[in-house]
Design a protein around this ligand. Structure first.
Ligand SMILES: [Zn+2]
Ligand SMILES: [Zn+2]
Length: 531
């Protein structure tokens, strides 16, 4: 526990029933978060029985917590607030620094769909136990989430707006197909955190943690191991699980040669402009020396790209990154981000001398040298040279015994990959590909003049309106069966589905780590018969 908590005298833990070590009853699935002195504490879930909000003991707890702090006995320090989980009915958050108390709960919408409702009262308005009644919260409480639900409509209008930076992508690789599935699994695994808009609203450590993970998945910048401790696995699907890898805490930092700018919002042109301005200020000196900097603006909800040099700045439109359907379908934003980070489609030019030296090395020799290195050393080398980057991203590092059999995420038309550019077209809105033969053999009207043929929207675009927004609570209640079986792969002469392992202790084949910390992604290969 933090020193500031320990400094408070433990004020009779037995006085409050939710601090006594009883089991949570099925009818009472609530949990408390407390924020005090800049730190989060969560009620010790497994060993606590939780009071209902309007019980006198709860009122008494809040009063005493304001006076003396909270007891070290019933709470654990955690990196972020515990989000509302489908295993929980209520999450109560007592923010002693801001002097508010918040209730988060699931609420049924008129059509029966569930959404998250968050109601907040100032502590000065909590004068007696009945002020904590849920009805009072509904009548007099603020609704801090409403600004996020209203904004979704703007996002739908803003996406696809014309701007002057366009990125021409290359046909997706086997690695990209896997990455698209891994992203969906990642959002699924941490869906309750993504649903908690108030917790990750930047600047916040949760935003930093989720953003760096998305970037690392898009850059294949992680370690793969078959080993997972039983304890880690058991925690993944419980409300006790927290994303716990390290993340840069700066708003602006470099990642794989790109300047990352974390933004609260990218929906309107003015918000993108604010992000670009931050990037410009940061790279003024480099640009003055003739460098053209490539910046990635990320808001979790969307991503945008900007090119900055001494004379001009060009910015792309915002592309949806984490959306309502991201637990089942890869988003356009993650596709384009992956192309940018794993292919030369939008990279700064590296020095010609470096390229010419490495390109003289025989590929076998290069391969032998790189095979002896640790996974993260290989990623670092790939950032240093375009030759090494091409080598790194042309395979599936750390899963090299595996090949991808179906490319349904990259080529939704038929699932068959093609690297012949003339055979296929890509959509500049959703970044999926389709074969010309799959759409009747005739090219639709196209708009782009790069080395590939692109169309401004495809038959897939627009059919998934949900893809364009991120309504709080949408991810937590999405039916996972829409995800399908997982990626169809071949390994050890057999055909498998690579499936996210969420609940078993059975053997698993791959676990993804960020610098030694489990990402929450554990996979097993499930037999799909012979092929
Ligand atoms: Zn096809
Ligand atoms: Zn499309």
């Amino acid at each position: 526990m933090g020193a500031e908590l320990a400094a408070h005298p433990p004020y009779v833990t037995t006085a409050f029933s939710f601090m006594t070590p009883l089991t949570v009853s099925a009818a009472n699935r609530n949990i408390w978060n407390v924020f005090v002195n800049g730190k989060w504490y969560r009620q010790r879930y497994r060993n606590a029985r939780v009071c209902n909000l309007d019980e006198p003991a709860t009122f008494e707890f809040i009063q005493k917590a304001q006076k003396y702090g909270i007891s070290a006995d019933g709470f654990d320090e955690v990196p972020f607030a515990c989000p509302l989980h489908t295993d929980l009915d209520f999450v109560y958050t007592l923010n002693l620094d801001k002097k508010v108390v918040t209730v988060s709960t699931w609420e049924a919408l008129p059509g029966g769909a569930l959404t998250i409702s968050v109601l907040q009262l100032d502590l000065k308005d909590v004068r007696e136990p009945k002020d904590l009644d849920l009805e009072n919260f509904r009548r007099n409480g603020a609704q801090p989430l409403s600004k996020y639900t209203e904004k979704t409509a703007h996002l739908q209008m803003a996406v696809g707006a014309d701007t002057d930076l366009r990125i021409e992508i290359e046909p997706p690789t086997s690695m990209n197909e896997l990455q698209f599935g891994i992203f969906v699994d990642f959002v699924f695994q941490w869906k309750f955190f993504f649903d908690d808009r108030l917790a990750w609203a930047p600047p916040s450590p949760l935003f930093d943690t989720l953003a760096i993970a998305i970037l690392r998945l898009a850059a294949w910048d992680f370690e793969v191991s078959p080993k997972v401790g039983r304890e880690s696995l058991a925690l993944i699907s419980s409300p006790m699980a927290y994303p716990s890898w390290n993340a840069p805490s700066d708003q602006i930092y470099w990642f794989h040669g790109f300047l990352i700018v974390q933004c609260a919002d990218l929906i309107t042109p003015s918000s993108r402009l604010a992000g670009v301005k931050l990037a410009q200020d940061q790279v003024q000196n480099q640009c003055a020396k003739g460098r053209r900097v490539h910046a990635i603006l990320i808001s979790l909800e969307s991503v945008a790209f900007a090119e900055i040099d001494e004379k001009s700045t060009r910015c792309s439109s915002a592309v949806p990154l984490v959306t309502n359907t991201s637990t089942t379908t890869c988003s356009p934003g993650f596709r384009i981000l992956t192309h940018v980070l794993t292919s030369p489609c939008w990279k700064e030019d590296l020095a010609l001398s470096e390229q010419s030296f490495l390109s003289t090395l025989p590929p076998e020799l290069l391969s032998m040298v790189l095979d002896t290195l640790e996974p993260l050393d290989n990623v670092s080398l790939a950032q240093a040279s375009s030759v090494l980057a091409r080598w790194y991203y042309s395979s599936i590092p750390q899963m090299d015994k595996m090949s991808i059999l179906r490319f349904y995420t990259s080529f939704p038309c038929c699932g068959i990959s093609s690297d012949v550019k003339d055979d296929c077209i890509w959509c500049t809105s959703c970044f999926t590909w389709q074969h010309v033969s799959c759409i009747g053999g005739e090219l639709p009207e196209f708009s782009s003049s790069g080395s590939t043929i692109s169309i401004p929207s495809c038959n897939r675009c627009g059919s998934e309106e949900d893809e364009k927004g991120l309504v709080p609570g949408a991810l937590g209640v999405t039916d996972r069966r829409r995800r399908g079986m997982g990626c169809r792969v071949r390994a050890h002469n057999r055909t498998y589905y690579m499936k996210l392992d969420t609940r078993t202790f059975a053997q698993h084949d791959y676990a993804i780590y960020f610098n030694g910390q489990l990402s929450g992604l554990v996979y097993k290969l499930e037999s799909a018969g012979w092929e």
